[in-house]
Write a protein that binds this ligand. Structure first.
Ligand SMILES: C[S@@+](CC[C@H](N)C(=O)[O-])C[C@H]1O[C@@H](n2cnc3c(N)ncnc32)[C@H](O)[C@@H]1O
Length: 408
């Protein structure tokens, strides 16, 4: 089967985890950039990646790279591709794009030009145009065009893989599923011990931890992907891949996953989401203040994602919560590896513990850190930070543009 470059996109901060996932699945890493990792393989490989990857958003199969200076150049380059071999007769097409070209003011125009090239080509070959529109639940084509360099991909994911499908009950400020998976992977949790998640909100961290611990392929939770709407979709192989993934999954965890929240509504939502994800029986849920969360034994991971507030009043109120989190970690969680995920450097300092390591992530565009604390006997307090300390006291923030999508 034809092999090509496959680009897997992800949010900033996640590429190192995505890269490791690819290596674990024996895929070569051709390159890595700020928001994606490139590998290679066939469309069958793309199916496997959609099924197993936890931290990727879209698995983009490269059809063609080209040089195009303006919209006409783009039209001709895209029109040359044998779209009749990819888009089914009764197909529906969505074009997404990521465009930074000096001749184009609105990326939707580039998407439109790309769509015209595809449907014109198909009409010439078959006498009928496919339908097109913004829904990503059928065939999806992605256009990348920066300056003179363009690339066209089959988006084999369709809807981004972050939409696992288990979060039926949304709450305020939930973490994206792919980000939660990367955060769990950053803690190194692999089912070897306990995973404690006070302030669990809608349960995303605990659910992703359960899926990771049980080695359950996240793609088993979804029944629609872009590759299913391409000509030549190998349905038989897809069933085999799913069956194999089911058989490889573990039946039980060796440690405990505990998820608590002060809000009964949040715990109810988290429990329902876990049920939809098929991991409810692997997580012990309860309603309580974070500091009353039951701790089984005296080791494992304890991770909290408190609110980080936007307005001044909210931030002032949260200062006390962060201070209490620090006291709780110091006094009650000795022997655990403690983690706090926050988007506020100011509030992070209120924890008053010296992080052993920090990981940089982005949550809905906000720069965040996962702060790791080693909670041994007599953990030291940090010295008061100087006013000119950088945001989280370590490396400078990454600041690179991520072009937006322009679906048509
Ligand atoms: C930012 S949300 C967590 C979001 C979660 N990571 C998710 O993906 O849905 C913070 C949660 O902390 C909870 N919370 C706030 N104060 C708390 C406290 N003192 N004890 C326990 N939970 C608390 C809130 O109810 C809220 O659900």
């Amino acid at each position: 089967m034809l092999k090509s470059k496959i680009l897997i996109t992800c949010p900033k901060g996640i590429p190192p985890f995505l890269k490791q996932e690819l290596i674990n699945k024996n895929f070569p890493v051709l390159s890595e950039n700020i928001a994606g990792v490139e590998t290679e393989g066939s469309l069958d490989d793309a199916m496997l990646l959609n099924l197993h990857l936890r931290t990727g958003h879209r698995v983009l199969f490269t059809l063609k790279e080209f040089a195009a200076r303006d919209a006409d150049g783009l039209y001709h380059a895209v029109h040359d591709i044998a779209w009749e071999q990819h888009v089914p007769e009764d197909g529906y097409l969505c074009i997404t794009s990521s465009v930074e070209n000096p001749t184009i003011k609105d990326s939707r125009f580039a998407s439109l030009k790309c769509k015209d090239a595809i449907v014109d080509r198909i009409k010439e070959k078959r006498g009928k145009r496919p339908d097109s529109g913004p829904e990503r639940d059928h065939s999806v084509v992605h256009l990348y065009w920066k300056d003179d360099h363009g690339a066209v991909y089959l988006d084999t994911s369709g809807e981004p893989l972050s939409r696992r499908g288990y979060r039926k009950i949304p709450l305020g400020a939930p973490m994206q599923e792919t980000l939660a998976a990367a955060v769990v992977l950053a803690t190194g949790w692999n089912n070897a011990g306990n995973f404690i998640n006070p302030m669990c909100g809608s349960g995303t961290l605990a659910i992703e931890a359960a899926l990771i611990g049980l080695d359950r392929a996240p793609g088993l939770l979804r029944n629609n992907f872009g590759f299913m709407h391409l000509k030549g979709f190998n349905e038989e192989l897809w069933s085999e891949l799913r069956e194999k993934a089911r058989q490889c999954a573990k039946k039980d965890l060796s440690g405990k996953i505990i998820a608590t929240d002060i809000s009964p509504h949040a715990v109810e939502a988290a429990r329902k989401n876990a049920t939809t994800a098929g991991v409810e029986r692997h997580i012990d849920f309860s309603v309580c203040n974070f500091s009353d969360t039951p701790l089984p034994g005296n080791s494992g991971i304890i991770i909290m994602n408190p609110e980080y507030g936007e307005r001044m009043g909210e931030i002032q109120k949260l200062e006390a919560t962060y201070k209490d989190i620090g006291d709780y970690l110091k006094q009650k969680c000795r022997g655990f590896s403690g983690y706090v995920f926050t988007g506020s450097p100011h509030l992070a300092r209120k924890v008053s513990l010296k992080p052993k390591r920090t990981f940089q992530f982005f949550n809905s565009g906000i720069e965040c850190r996962l702060l790791e604390y080693e909670l041994y006997e007599g953990t030291r307090k940090i010295k008061k930070p100087k006013p000119d300390d950088r945001p989280f006291g370590d490396h400078a923030p990454v600041d690179a543009p991520v072009p937006g999508d322009g679906n048509v």
